[in-house]
Design a protein around this ligand. Structure first.
Ligand code: IPE
Length: 256
């Protein structure tokens, strides 16, 4: 089984509030379908989540009264995006069902708790792909918080023990310096803890849930028993398909 996260930077236009990149999402779903692999899908919130979550500071938990409006807004928008992703998967021929993170699971002091694994396991056992997403989630200590798709990936990796974990993003991989600022930045094809420690984190991160460096750290935590975690650019036509077919592609592979 392969656990795949479709990043919000690929399936939405992160600069414009609530813009779904339908063509890209559908192409990626078809590339997944063509691989013939069993998958579980998570997706990011992109411009359906980060813009409003940041404005209302939802990642900080309960700090002011008007955050209620923010919770309502972000929950509505992430569910809408989730429905669009499920539609794209269905159109590509992958039977899937929405499992909205904030409606099914809870956080405890910022950590996602999937106490009851029956829901996600049950759908997967039926041959239906459960689709979870980065979301606003109730928190036992903080009232509420933001749960990233990356945090969900970690929980699902523990539950499903996938052979491979793939993060589909809009970058070719992790670079030794910020490629948006430094022209001669080089891609790092293989990452371990030591390699990551030597790379400076991005100086500017617009998201409420961190950038590529934070993602790589989360990916390394998911590597166990020889499991590989891969960051691949989904904006390039066919690259995910080639990766899933076992071909060599431009990407960053994290290994313990
Ligand atoms: C963000 O999830 C969740 C919200 C802001 C509600 P992610 O951090 O996984 O989303 P992307 O992939 O960066 O867009």
């Amino acid at each position: 089984m392969i656990l795949i996260k479709l990043g919000g930077s690929v399936i939405t236009d992160k600069r414009t509030y609530r813009t779904f990149n339908r063509d890209v999402a559908l192409r990626l779903c078809r590339e997944i379908k063509d691989s013939g692999k069993d998958v579980v899908i998570v997706h990011g919130a992109g411009s359906f989540g980060h813009v409003a979550a940041k404005a209302y500071e939802l990642q900080k938990g309960r700090i002011r009264d008007d955050q209620i409006d923010g919770i309502v807004l972000v929950s509505r928008d992430t569910r809408e995006l989730n429905a669009l992703v499920v539609s794209a998967l269905t159109e590509a021929g992958i039977p899937s069902v929405s499992v909205p993170t904030g409606s099914c699971f809870i956080m405890d002091d910022g950590v996602l708790v999937i106490g009851n694994t029956e829901i996600v396991r049950g759908y997967a056992d039926l041959g239906i792909v459960p689709v979870m997403m980065g979301d606003v989630v109730l928190d036992r200590k903080r009232g509420f918080g933001i749960c990233s798709g990356d945090a969900i990936m970690k929980c699902l990796a523990d539950i499903f023990r996938p052979d491979k974990v793939v993060f589909v993003s809009d970058v070719d991989g992790l670079y030794d310096r910020d490629p948006k600022i430094e022209r001669d930045a080089k891609i790092i094809t293989n990452v371990n803890d030591d390699v990551l420690a030597a790379i400076p984190p991005e100086t500017t991160v617009a998201d409420v849930t961190g950038g590529v460096h934070a993602k790589m750290r989360a990916m390394l935590e998911m590597c166990s028993d020889g499991r590989e975690c891969i960051l691949v650019n989904g904006t390039v036509d066919g690259r995910l398909r080639s990766l899933l077919a076992g071909e060599e592609v431009v990407c960053t592979r994290a290994r313990k």
